[in-house]
Design a protein around this ligand. Sequence first.
Ligand code: FES
Length: 252
Amino acid sequence: MSDAKTFFLDEEEIPFEEGQTIIQAALSAGKYIPHLCYHPEFKPHGSCKLCTVRIDSRTVTTEDGQSVKIPGRAAASCTTPAQAGQHVESEVPEIQDLRRTLIQMLLVEGNHYCPSCEKSGKCLLQGLAYDLGVMDPHFPQYFSKREVDASHPDVLLDFNRCILCELCVRASAEVDKKNVFAISGRGHTKHLICNSESGELGDTNLAATDKAANVCPVGVILHKRHGFEVPYGQRRFDKAPISDNPAQYAPV
Ligand code: FES
């Protein structure tokens, strides 16, 4: 590792190539940093902030001889380039607390009723909540009123669970070249839409095999006639925590 450029992630030396972000280098080295909107096939989005790390904290000695830690800069590791010699903190209590809070906010903002969700056991949001030890939603439930779009012959949309990661938007634009999905509205009215005259998925040219139809990290984009093929208890995150799957995301 001597000639390679390296940085330190939780005191472990991580090699990286010029241009790699912190999360890219970490995942390549088999080190997991929690993330939701990051996907290696698309441009980083930097919206969920689950991948937040702290960079280059330092300890100073005060006039009366006390050691005081000055927290480093908080940054999204999916958009921040790795730099040689930098010290990155990820699995430290303050950052894990921040991630728990973000998960709790996402859980109350949408209608995430895991016991009845087809994605339970393979949902990244649920997997992260379990892995980070989120025991309750903490914040009052928002009970947002959202529709279900069952107009497509093969794919169902349940907008109740959308976390606005825009993975489907990016997949449809960058990989499928179809622009089936888009984001509309601002602030708390921001929501996922389908790009068709009627606004319904059935009037788009989405195919069930499209990347966009298979990239949702939560239970918004579901395939009809394939629900519950793998029983609860036998799914990916039922068997191993999400942090044991550093290079796996967006399971179908
Ligand atoms: Fe980095 Fe979402 S994974 S901001």
